[in-house]
Write a protein that binds this ligand. Structure first.
Ligand SMILES: *[C@@H]1O[C@H](CO)[C@@H](O)[C@H](O)[C@H]1NC(C)=O
Ligand SMILES: *[C@@H]1O[C@H](CO)[C@@H](O)[C@H](O)[C@H]1NC(C)=O
Ligand SMILES: *[C@@H]1O[C@H](CO)[C@@H](O)[C@H](O)[C@H]1NC(C)=O
Ligand SMILES: *[C@@H]1O[C@H](CO)[C@@H](O)[C@H](O)[C@H]1NC(C)=O
Length: 311
């Protein structure tokens, strides 16, 4: 199916995947960010990106209540973005019938969202055990957003899981251990990857329930974890000769991630061949790696049910 419209709620760090993949695959122009959308762009509207750097699935209040609100980059959480969607909707269509017809041809990307909810808490010292308790809440926020969009007329939705955070340079740097048994054969931190897997497991189960509740909707799960694990496991085989765990852009250290000299800040520099690296700045992947993940979504390898029709 060719979508005429793509509405993306991918919220943070990893949202590049969907935007590049689905717009390029559908032959559509890249999506404008919602907050920069001009009135005249509504005439040739192809979709919009509601993502905000650092956004969370849970509302800012949740983090303020836990006294870690101060570390948030933004208060524009998923529910705030859904409010923007509601506002925009009123200028796109009026009657229910008109809106249903309009959104029937749209693809809604609901994430990747939730990763930041964990990042913030881990980076201020939260333990895996503590954070496990928040997984059902984060998953609930994602499924609530998905339900909301379906109630508003969405039919085709792509909901991604989390990446293997135990393989990301920032986690490897902050939570590295002298104990070799804490690492898997790829050099990733087992416990943090298990955490991501658990989040993904709970999300998949929750999506199964949504499919029962809304049989007319096509709710597609995107397995970012599996897609990334392929090249993390065999980097060279997939063209990542520069490796996958070390950041291309950073300020030194074993994984080239240095919190005092992060990519883009004084003391950091970028490698000369980003496309042979999988990790860009310690947190995000490179465009080459996102493209690889995107291909796995577009061709259906890493989506459930297979989303081959995305292209
Ligand atoms: C988020 O909200 C809190 C509490 O209302 C406020 O103090 C803070 O400045 C806001 N943060 C941002 C980044 O807007
Ligand atoms: C190393 O980690 C494993 C679990 O991953 C644990 O069982 C073991 O006690 C640890 N060893 C040391 C010396 O801390
Ligand atoms: C991290 O960056 C700081 C500030 O530029 C620098 O002083 C320090 O040597 C760097 N650490 C490593 C391990 O390169
Ligand atoms: C789909 O994409 C993945 C990742 O790029 C690749 O490994 C796989 O071979 C592709 N499958 C097909 C059928 O093209």
């Amino acid at each position: 199916m060719l979508f005429t419209l793509i509405l993306s709620f991918c919220l943070i760090f990893y949202c590049n995947v969907e935007i590049v993949s689905t717009t390029e695959a559908s032959g559509l122009p890249h999506l404008p960010p919602y907050l920069a959308l001009r009135k005249d762009q509504l005439h040739s509207f192809h979709g919009v990106n509601f993502a905000v750097a650092g956004a969370t699935a849970l509302d800012a209040k949740f983090f303020y209540d836990q006294s870690i609100g101060k570390v948030l980059w933004t208060n524009d959480s998923l529910s705030v973005q859904l409010g923007w969607f509601k506002q925009l909707k009123s200028s796109l269509c009026t009657t229910k019938q008109e809106c249903d017809n309009y959104f029937k041809k749209s693809l809604f990307l609901v994430g990747e969202i939730g990763g930041n909810d964990y990042n913030y808490a881990y980076f201020v010292g939260g333990s895996i055990k503590q954070l496990r308790a928040s997984v059902p809440l984060v998953v609930e926020a994602i499924t609530k957003a998905t339900s909301f969009l379906i109630e508003e007329g969405a039919v085709e939705l792509l909901v991604p899981g989390n990446f293997p955070i135990g393989c990301s340079a920032v986690y490897l740097t902050l939570f590295g251990s002298p104990n070799k048994t804490e690492y898997d054969r790829n050099g990733c931190l087992k416990a943090y990857n298990a955490f991501s897997k658990n989040h993904n497991y709970q999300l998949k189960r929750a999506l199964d329930m949504l499919r029962q509740k809304y049989p007319h909707a096509r709710i597609i799960y995107a397995d970012y974890y599996g897609a990334a694990m392929r090249f993390i496991h065999a980097p060279r085989h997939h063209g990542f000769t520069g490796g996958t765990l070390t950041a291309c852009c950073g300020g030194g250290g074993p994984y080239n991630f240095n919190n005092s000299a992060r990519c883009g800040h004084i003391g950091s520099r970028a490698c000369s061949n980003p496309s042979s690296h999988a990790n860009w700045d310690g947190i995000h992947l490179t465009e080459a790696a996102y493209r690889y993940v995107a291909m796995g979504l577009v061709n259906g390898t890493f989506t459930t049910p297979p989303a081959a029709k995305l292209s």
